[in-house]
Design a protein around this ligand. Structure first.
Ligand code: TRP
Length: 345
């Protein structure tokens, strides 16, 4: 089988509401890659149970991510949209990667340390092995490119280490199966660049916008009404200075920088262009412009998401069809991986 050269894989966990940070940092980029790549977008429900075992309404949370993908413009007929747990091969390859990855590699993962906190002894084994499952997600499809936020960079490096160790340790077997010098698994490239990769909280410009921050005023949810969006932007924390001419002058003004970044990403401009447009103006005039732009861009997505969520059977059938197509690729990979390991049968 030939190696794909432009296959994209990425995933989002179905835990809690999607917000503007997920949209600008991930989904909008997923949409843009569809013209140039063969894309596989996954609702990673197996990852959702690593941090908290019992999830509230996991089925609807899963549907909601799928609805957001589709409402934002991902075409599930041309590309693949599915949920991870429907393709059992993810769990199987993750087990094998538990045996490829080394303890030391996983112990270096900063996200585990952040998520487990002081209570690491009481974290699930799944939370510790989480990056191996993520590597399995990507390599099962031999994806060459993975659009992610920069907090996932370290996990992508681990994915590359796993691919390289597998290719190296099984080199003899792999060439027996006709896979030549390039190895079996690709060394996947992250796609991280782009405006507003990090959308910050509307209440504290140095913290990432997050579904776990207690105040709902800190984030714009994809399910917020136009009124909510406008209110949250109106009340967003800022400073009393007018907007300057250059980005350098925003170095110590994280809240202002964040709002400019959000405007730029929504308008598909760069931050400097936005500043040039608004230089000298107060937030009293910039905020209404931002609110109008945000409502303009998000309202159609919101409306389409609601429509899809009103028809769960339809969403389920899209996910089932995506899983059927994903499984065909996954099964081909696992057949070869089983042979490479030397399992009988
Ligand atoms: N860990 C990713 C996150 O929290 C989600 C994820 C799981 C993922 N598997 C993936 C992202 C594979 C990209 C590719 O954002």
């Amino acid at each position: 089988m030939g190696q794909p050269t432009n296959r994209v894989f990425s995933g989002i966990q179905p835990t809690g509401n999607l917000h503007l940070g997920n949209y600008l940092g991930a989904i909008k980029k997923f949409v843009a890659l569809q013209d140039s790549h063969e894309c596989i977008y996954c609702v990673v429900d197996l990852h959702a149970v690593t941090a908290q075992l019992v999830q509230d309404d996991l089925k609807n949370q899963t549907r909601e991510i799928a609805a957001a993908f589709i409402a934002s413009g991902i075409d599930p007929a041309k590309h693949i949209v599915f949920n991870q747990s429907q393709v059992r091969e993810h769990a199987e390859l993750a087990w094998l990667f538990n045996c490829v990855a080394r303890m030391g590699w996983l112990q270096r993962m900063t996200q585990f340390k952040d998520k487990a906190g002081k209570n690491a002894q009481n974290a699930s084994v799944g939370l510790f092995a989480y990056p191996n499952l993520m590597a399995a997600d990507i390599l099962l499809y031999r994806a060459t490119h993975v659009p992610v936020g920069d907090d996932q960079k370290q996990h992508l490096e681990l994915t590359r280490d796993i691919a390289a160790k597998f290719n190296n340790d099984f080199a003899a077997k792999i060439s027996e199966f006709g896979h030549g010098d390039e190895g079996y698994f690709p060394i996947t490239d992250p796609i991280i660049e782009g405006p507003a990769t990090r959308v910050m909280s509307l209440r504290a410009g140095n913290n990432k916008m997050s579904k776990s921050e207690p105040s709902d005023m800190s984030r714009i949810n994809l399910t917020d009404s136009a009124d909510d969006i406008a209110k949250k932007i109106r009340k967003a924390k800022t400073d009393p200075e007018p907007l300057p001419e250059t980005m350098d002058e925003l170095a110590d003004r994280p809240e202002a920088r964040n709002l400019i970044g959000i405007y730029a990403a929504l308008a598909e401009k760069n931050s400097q262009e936005v500043l040039t447009e608004f230089a000298g103006q107060q937030f009293g005039s910039f905020k209404p412009a931002l609110a109008e732009l945000a409502v303009d861009k998000l309202a159609p997505i919101n409306a389409e998401m609601r429509k899809l969520m009103d028809d769960p059977d339809h969403v389920d059938s899209i996910l089932a069809d995506g899983a059927d197509r994903a499984r065909l690729i996954a099964q081909d990979t696992m057949k070869e991986v089983r042979e490479i390991f030397g399992f009988l049968g």
